[in-house]
Design a binder for this molecule. Sequence first.
Ligand SMILES: *[C@@H]1O[C@H](CO)[C@@H](O)[C@H](O)[C@H]1NC(C)=O
Ligand SMILES: *[C@@H]1O[C@H](CO)[C@@H](O)[C@H](O)[C@H]1NC(C)=O
Length: 288
Amino acid sequence: MASIITLLCMGVCVYAWGITTADDNPIPRAENVHWTSLDFTTILTWTVKPSDYTYTVLYAMDDGDWTESPDCSQISESVCDLTEHLKPLDRIYHADIKTEPAAAASVDYTREFPHTYSLQFNPYRESNISAVFFTLEDEDESTVIVNITDPVTSIHEHGKQLSIRDILKKDLKYKISYCKSGSTRKRDIVSDSSRTKILGLDAGQSYCIMVAAFIPSRPKATQQGAWSTQLCTEGHTNILQELSLGAWIGAVFILLIVLIIIITVTVLCCRCHQRNEHLQNSQSSAPV
Ligand SMILES: *[C@@H]1O[C@H](CO)[C@@H](O)[C@H](O)[C@H]1NC(C)=O
Ligand SMILES: *[C@@H]1O[C@H](CO)[C@@H](O)[C@H](O)[C@H]1NC(C)=O
């Protein structure tokens, strides 16, 4: 029994020794390779153990040939902006990060240099959309106009900076969520255009409104952009609606009193007048 345990121990020791010598001076590989994309600016990031090695990024479209990124060749950073190379946007891209010796290093070329593949990425379908800015304009008592500014991207075409509308075209909708201020009952509408009306609002009420880009043609997880900050309408409150019941009763009471006074005064005046006339008449008819 004891000999078996000794043998097992020796086996473990030999195995452990084998591991330590093989990993004595490991060449680091890129780890946690991750796509980050906002408004179609797409960046590849990864983590590395500190070392003298550099990294070169290659990319491929639709399982095509690998191309080396000119901006990310033998870099020591662990981030690479691939926005300019991922065109057309609505394709599937892969990236591969190769570890390479620093240019000046003496290299043992008998050793294999590791590399790490990224997951696939489609910028058109997976890029996050940032929160939008918008303004509100009152059209009439029950209608408010929502005017949304399409976020701009870092992509240029023919010298023009493209907005997300230029890229997504008809696929871009906006989700508009609104509720009476103070209430939590939200209503959502989806608009095809960047300028839209909310109809059927209660006159004089203040409403609070939020907007997010919405792309129903995308997979569920990436359909909706970030919510904007909330804007509220003023709700030009009519003074007559603002009055409480007590105030109404008070006002009616005062009106009644004023009316009674007017009637009384009128009646009294009329009587005086009539009496005067009567007097005058009797005087004039009297014989001189
Ligand atoms: C999009 O945003 C979500 C939530 O913030 C994040 O988890 C995801 O990694 C982002 N995707 C890209 C491609 O940047
Ligand atoms: C909508 O807002 C944009 C700026 O965000 C502005 O340039 C444009 O004139 C507005 N549209 C109207 C009709 O007011």
